[in-house]
Ligand binder design. Sequence first.
Ligand code: ZN
Length: 243
Amino acid sequence: MHMENLTWDEFERIRKEISTVILPIGSVEAHGRHLPLGTDVFAPVEIAERVEAKLKEMGIELLVAPPIWYGHSFVLNLFPGTVNVRADTLRRYIRDVAGEFAEEGFRRIILLNGHGGNYHPLIEAAEEVAERYNVEIWLINWWIDFREDILSICSSQGHAGEDETSVILAIKPELVKMEKAKGRKRGSKVRVIRKNIALELFPDGVNDDPKGATREKGEAILSVVSEKIARLIVEAEKHGRGA
Ligand SMILES: [Zn+2]
């Protein structure tokens, strides 16, 4: 069920019947020359919709909240089209939004994250909400939590890499420019924080080789990730708490 399509009295009714809300969170950010700026939102929104559909088949309703588009993207900010929200701003924003869902009576709030830079602010926001309300918050970083599954489908993963490119090929193939897909995996021994570090670690906004990406791989990733999240929710609904 999509929150934005409901009236307030419909919402009032369903919030008493539904215990879990899923909030997709991403970033508007450069993803190479081959992927759209909305990549980190398109992926978690698609996963949330697939999870909702799977649960519906099993008779469980889930509320899908409108996504948070802008995220924390210090590293990629030198590329045109990256809109960086400071970590502290994102932390407070997510804390307020998730806190509102706790106030509305949802017992489980799933932050479905599509962007690496959001990782730390989301943990802090979740802790603040959990401290204040009697709710359970799940932070799901789909490309980290299901890495093993993803690496059984793709030979590598990374920013605008094989996994992410495959996923967007499955969701919005018309927006992918495969002829421009190139890059390789780069890293540094320690975390270096510098304004233009992306020129070394993310040249062209890529950190992986996306050439092996296919629509079929993307479909397989979306399918296994959404299946596993749906299963976790079913288990938690059965037992009351916990992933
Ligand atoms: Zn991304």
